[in-house]
Design a protein around this ligand. Sequence first.
Ligand SMILES: NC(=O)c1ccc[n+]([C@@H]2O[C@H](COP(=O)([O-])OP(=O)(O)OC[C@H]3O[C@@H](n4cnc5c(N)ncnc54)[C@H](OP(=O)(O)O)[C@@H]3O)[C@@H](O)[C@H]2O)c1
Length: 429
Amino acid sequence: MSKILRLSILGAGTVGGGVLTLLRENADLLEAQTGKRFEVRHVLVRNPDKPRAVAVPPKLLTTDPQRALCDPKVHVVLELMGGLEPARTLIRDALQAGKHVITANKLVMAVSGDELLRLARQRGVRLLYEASVAGSLPILDALQGALAGNRIQRAVGIVNSTTNFILREMERALDAGEPAETAYTNALQKAQQNGYAEADPTSDVEGYDAQYKTAILARLAFLQYVPLESVYREGITHLSGRDLLWARRLNMGLKLLSISERLPDGRLCARVHPTLIPRECPLYVVRGAFSGVWLQGNGFQEMSFHGFGAGARATASAVLGDLIAVARSPKPPRYEDPSLRPGETAPIESLSMRYFVRLVAPDEDALRTLREPLHLLGAEFHPAEALEQGVEQVALTPPVNEGAFQTQIARLREQPDATVQVIRLLSAV
Ligand SMILES: NC(=O)c1ccc[n+]([C@@H]2O[C@H](COP(=O)([O-])OP(=O)(O)OC[C@H]3O[C@@H](n4cnc5c(N)ncnc54)[C@H](OP(=O)(O)O)[C@@H]3O)[C@@H](O)[C@H]2O)c1
């Protein structure tokens, strides 16, 4: 590779803008660390006339992907557009053309990572994607580098900072004495006003974004291919302010967690769902628009990463890390990528865990009927409380099988005018 590393950047939005800024601000540092100067030759956008937070010299802007991909002088393509298509096709075309690719795109890497990583190896180029999981946190690099000598037992993360912001805002609203019933809707609106949530927040609040990141994280932590559809997904839309009030009373935090763990039978279980965590859990302090990942492994024991999971500069930091890695070692490893090996996955129904159950019924008689099956499981009950409408009671179960438990809960939900809220508790390893 020459002394100049030439780049095409696909996308000049939040992340693309952040990368352009850091490339300018840190040019001397990048050269000192790699012995190369980084030169941007093309910036692909949809609309070249759009006002941009970060100015792009007009001569670099293009709307023609082929111009950005086929320039023989370009060494590295940075895909920072987002979405499945045309991003996936452009990554594929860039690899075919013998360019290294760096992407921040979790959707593409979760859906087509296997095909693209194999293609990169065949073409003798690198495909790196640190920014696709937890923004600035160097978690993928750590798993493949400094921590690679460990057998990972569990990877637990707050990998979607939008939902973490919403849950924190719900807590703030409750502290300010606002009604629990409207806490979620108001917090979502605030996230949208602050630019943390999209106008259509489905990908974040329904857990899709965290599901993509979990598939990627689990592959690198457990060295097997994790198909996206094997990752259980549940979002935060069904949570109420009452759940957060109870979390606090129980001295716990309520987070949307990504959890991947190897089961005793060797299968891998990866999932995303709201989870109650004890105060001692390192992720308890990860609040607001932050991300965190807590790893447990048989050598280092445990380690946590905590920082900005999104945003222009924070995400650009991860992209630059990948860029430096390509500049230093442009050759892909000779061995087969262990994260592409097939392996068995287990559905969430095969797990046993503890549950928080919040029952609301119109009166004490109806509540008794709801309580009955939980009594039989040996659940511990907190005293019932009168609400404006009905009676509420909370129970914590001992560890029970998810499949059997959810069948029982589905039956309870058939009872007219009953609310049966169920939230999983994080188990000890
Ligand atoms: N934002 C974050 O904090 C963050 C954090 C981690 C990872 N990521 C990932 O980083 C990627 C980029 O996110 P972002 O927030 O920077 O997105 P964004 O602000 O919406 O920017 C997307 C950029 O791509 C361009 N673009 C989109 N579709 C295009 C097309 N078909 N042809 C040409 N240009 C196209 C847009 O052009 P115009 O400007 O002309 O519209 C825009 O410049 C995504 O994969 C995202 O998941 C983002």
